[in-house]
Design a protein around this ligand. Structure first.
Ligand code: ADP
Ligand code: MG
Length: 216
């Protein structure tokens, strides 16, 4: 199976839904080690993204068109650290998805580009208690899945599970990047909000792929 522009739109709609459902949870996580705005930032951003998609005069032709809309909308509506970080991730992902369909390697390239964008923008290494700690294991798992000959759907499922595990694994870490780093050792014992939201974004991609497969 391959994933097309309809999958991309479904992914973004599912992301918006999960972000709305988890707005309070993400705010609570950010209240522990940041300023408590992460859930609200993403809610505002993805609400604007959905309005953009709904108001578009022409349907998007390729996955890249959708991801570019997400990128520019998040950059202009989400403040704080997460807006530019997610915006850059989606922009880089758009650069490698100007094709009609994505197979396993295509999905891997998209995830790799997203991670590269986050690292280029935020300069965080794995282990610094940021969204990189969800994206890095996701990309590693996706690479392994592609090496094993997995389908696009299987690649995303592996990436989503690894991202969720990566988010949980931020709990004991001490933050050395972003606002949480101001807390030093006191940031340990809390989950990183950006890693938690990143796991939701990647799970939404996997869920949309599973739905596309079921419908095919
Ligand atoms: P702000 O910290 O400006 O209030 P948000 O609360 O929306 O922005 O986002 C915070 C999240 O951004 C953190 O939980 C972390 O995952 C991520 N983050 C912050 N700085 C960086 C960075 N340099 N690299 C990667 N991710 C980062
Ligand atoms: Mg914040």
């Amino acid at each position: 199976m391959t994933l097309d522009v309809a999958w991309t739109v479904d992914w973004v709609r599912r992301t918006a839904q999960v972000v709305l459902e988890n707005r309070d949870y993400l705010v609570e996580l950010d209240r522990q080690i940041g300023d408590g705005d992460h859930g609200e930032n993403l809610k505002r951003g993805f609400t604007a993204v959905i309005a953009k998609l709904d108001g578009a005069t022409e349907p998007p032709g390729q996955p890249a068109d959708v991801l570019k809309t997400v990128a520019t909308t998040l950059m202009s509506t989400v403040g704080g650290a997460a807006g530019p970080l997610y915006g850059t991730a989606y922009l880089r992902a758009a650069k490698v998805t100007a094709v009609d369909v994505l197979d396993g390697p295509g999905v891997l390239a998209m995830l790799e580009a997203g991670l590269e964008g986050i690292v280029a923008r935020g300069k965080a290494q794995p282990g610094e208690k940021t969204m990189v700690d969800a994206w890095t294991p996701a990309v590693n798992a996706a690479q392994q899945a592609v090496a094993d000959g997995a389908s696009a759907e299987q690649v995303l499922a592996a990436a989503a599970t690894a991202a969720e595990e990566g988010a949980v694994a931020t709990d004991p870490l001490v933050a050395t990047k972003g606002r949480a780093s101001y807390l030093g050792e006191r940031s340990a014992g809390h989950r990183d909000p950006g890693a938690a939201s990143s796991a939701m974004v990647i799970r939404a991609a996997a869920d949309a792929a599973a739905a596309a497969d079921g419908a095919a």
